[in-house]
Design a protein around this ligand. Structure first.
Ligand code: DX5
Ligand code: ZN
Length: 221
């Protein structure tokens, strides 16, 4: 089980402090990159990722909500991205994955709530992680979309038959209740923004999410 706090819900004017608060308990740091085209919001680019990388030893999981991610794979890799996800809704998936492979970064494909299973099925087996969106991307703090659950189960089932199964990562509306549902459906990596940085004690919030996902009260880190 991996917990990936999303800095989208942190105080952008005190990012270093926010990241320090989860660095001993989180597995990854999820970085939401929004371009104002693919999604109706703008966030951060490679210079900020480079600054974050200097502040933490946590692997950086960069979620590129961009129309033209191919123009930025190398800059994000150079800035310190360890995992990168591009969206399957963007054209040129084969060459994007090939470029990520050449860059030596964790290869991920993200899939929006309304995009069908069939869009991602051909790529399973080529990926290190699948990022299943359980909200419409663009903003933190939205409600979990339960209607994505059948697709999540289909992705987990198909993934398990591949020679090289990907990590199943979920993103959007994850809290101590919804994390149980998605873990039961086969997810093992959980992005959480509001449920971590919206809390007074982000480290305790990460521990609570991990305990809920593992189904064991009081165990774990
Ligand atoms: C949404 C982002 C998410 C977001 C999740 O566009 O991709 O990573 O930060 O935030 P919560 O956990 O608050 O739904
Ligand atoms: Zn995200």
């Amino acid at each position: 089980m991996q917990i990936a706090p999303s800095i989208l819900s942190a105080d952008f004017a005190a990012l270093g402090d926010a990241i320090r608060r989860v660095s001993d308990v989180a597995d990854l740091l999820h970085v939401d990159v929004m371009d104002g085209h693919f999604v109706p919001n703008l966030t951060i680019g490679p210079p900020v990722v480079a600054a974050i990388d200097r502040h933490t030893s946590l692997p950086l999981d960069c979620h590129l909500m961009m129309t033209n991610p191919g123009d930025f794979l190398e800059p994000f890799r150079r800035a310190g991205a360890d995992w990168i996800s591009v969206h399957v809704e963007v054209d040129g998936t084969a060459s994007l994955l090939a470029e990520m492979r050449a860059l030596g970064v964790g290869i991920g494909l993200a899939i929006n709530p309304e995009t069908p299973f069939e869009a991602i099925e051909p790529w399973l087996g080529d990926l290190d992680h699948v990022l299943v969106m359980t909200v419409h991307p663009g903003f933190g703090g939205q409600s979990f979309m339960g209607e994505v659950m059948p697709k999540l189960r289909a992705i987990a089932a198909a993934n398990a038959t591949r020679g090289r199964p990907a990590i199943i990562e979920v993103d959007g509306g994850i809290d101590v209740a919804t994390i149980v549902q998605v873990a039961e459906a086969g997810a093992t990596c959980f992005v959480a923004g509001n449920a971590v940085f919206g809390r007074d004690d982000p480290a305790a919030a990460v521990r609570a999410l991990r305990h809920a996902a593992e189904g064991t009260v009081g165990a774990g880190r």
